[in-house]
Design a binder for this molecule. Structure first.
Ligand code: HEC
Ligand code: HEC
Length: 351
């Protein structure tokens, strides 16, 4: 065992470093072995360094899986989960009705900090979620991204696909404490600082055409060819629907600032990131599956828990278009995701 490995195994036992940062690193990951602290490479790119008291976890890679001392049958299932996560298009027409893979938004195969690393869900759920007002487990969280971000209908709970995806998420969390009391380093898509000027559509359009259109196209339709996905669609029928987390302007700004242009994270100014997010969030996309047939009613009903941070139901200034005022569900058509609006825990309602 080399020195690095020894240090990491020590870290695995849960000790905190002198800095007070709680590290739970796993095995021979590049980020962990080449630097004093995990994620030094990100810090050099302009990401914040881990703060005192934060939980810093370096998930294992697929190379680590091959070395891991776990049952070969479990390895097969985790490999299938990884394959579904990075090529979710194999479920197109069954569970997925847009051009996305899970990894289109969760970069680095779901491991990347500031790109909503998915292992975080495996150690913080079950928990209450404001979006659907009940306690969710990991499967239900994954199902949420299918229904909204993939404009689809999720694999059944307990199905091979759901089990494989859950196994992949949980395995990424290997060594991280369950229900950590510390905040998680790099969780979610944290928004950049408030911009000096209110986000602006026209400025956002110019900045999008300059920085993003080369890959995602001028009209946001991305590039999807002969069943091969090349660049996903940030809006339009091939994109996530109006119920997805990324339609919130602050979440979109956080995604863009921390991840785009691809390969140049944190290169945009705060102002550009907000302007582009505002422009992108002002475009049409498939209808929210919770749509009641009336945009005003739907926006109001889900406003307090969700749409208050999106532009859904609002009137676009330059052309008077009411965003989300349509019944286009994209390629999904009239298929309703089976998990949306499903009542849970009714027997506990009176307690
Ligand atoms: C269109 C972008 C997009 C796609 C595609 C997408 N997600 Fe997400 N995902 C999000 C956003 C946004 C969040 C919420 C992040 C936050 O907390 O602000 C999220 C959160 C999650 C979380 C919770 C993470 C946490 O910190 O608790 C999990 C788990 C997850 N997604 C799994 C998946 C899976 C599995 C797929 C594919 C079936 C998928 N996602 C596809 C955007 C996406
Ligand atoms: C060099 C090509 C490239 C450039 C430039 C680029 N992107 Fe992306 N973008 C990608 C790829 C590829 C993905 C999917 C990530 C993956 O599969 O690894 C992606 C994912 C996304 C997503 C999440 C999935 C979706 O389609 O909604 C959004 C939103 C996005 N990019 C917005 C932008 C914005 C805004 C800019 C400009 C600031 C930009 N991108 C610049 C290649 C690019």
């Amino acid at each position: 065992m080399n020195l690095h490995k020894k240090r990491l195994v020590l870290a695995l036992t849960g000790c905190s470093l002198a800095t007070g940062i709680v590290v739970s690193a796993f095995a021979a990951n590049e980020a962990a072995t080449t630097d004093e602290m995990p994620y030094q490479g990100l810090v050099e790119l302009g990401f914040p360094a881990p703060q005192e008291g934060e939980l810093v976890h370096v998930p294992p890679t697929m190379a680590d899986l091959e070395e891991a001392d776990i049952h070969p049958e479990l390895k097969k299932v985790i490999r299938y989960g990884y394959d579904l996560f990075t090529n979710t298009q194999q479920l197109r027409g069954e569970n997925v009705y847009n051009d996305m893979n899970c990894s289109s938004c969760h970069l680095g195969e779901g491991r990347q900090p500031f790109s909503a690393p998915v292992w975080a869900a495996a150690v913080t759920l079950p928990d209450f979620r404001g979006k659907n007002q009940h306690v969710n487990n990991l499967e239900e969280r994954i199902a949420g991204c299918f229904a909204y971000s993939m404009n689809g209908t999720p694999p059944e709970y307990g199905s091979d696909e759901m089990l494989a995806l859950s196994a992949y998420h949980q395995w990424l969390a290997t060594g991280a404490p369950m229900y950590p009391s510390q905040p998680i380093y790099g969780r979610g898509f944290p928004a950049p600082d408030e911009p000096a000027e209110a986000p602006d559509y026209a400025r956002g359009e110019v900045a999008y055409q300059e920085n993003c259109a080369i890959c995602h196209q001028e009209d946001g339709s991305g590039h999807y060819e002969n069943g091969e996905y090349v660049f996903p669609a940030p809006w339009g029928d091939g994109s996530n629907n109006w119920g997805a987390g990324i339609v919130r302007v602050d979440t979109a700004a956080g995604f863009i600032y921390n991840n785009m242009p691809l390969g140049q994270p944190r290169s945009l100014s705060d102002q550009d990131a907000w302007d582009i997010a505002y422009y992108m969030s002002s475009q049409e996309r498939p209808q929210d599956p919770r749509y009641t047939g009336d945009i005003v009613e739907t926006a109001e009903r889900f406003g307090p828990t969700f749409h208050k941070r999106s532009l859904y139901g609002q009137t676009r200034e330059h052309d008077g278009h009411v965003l989300g005022d349509h019944d286009n569900f994209g390629e999904k058509g009239d298929i309703e995701p089976w998990n949306v609006g499903m009542p849970r825990f009714e027997s506990l309602a009176d307690e």
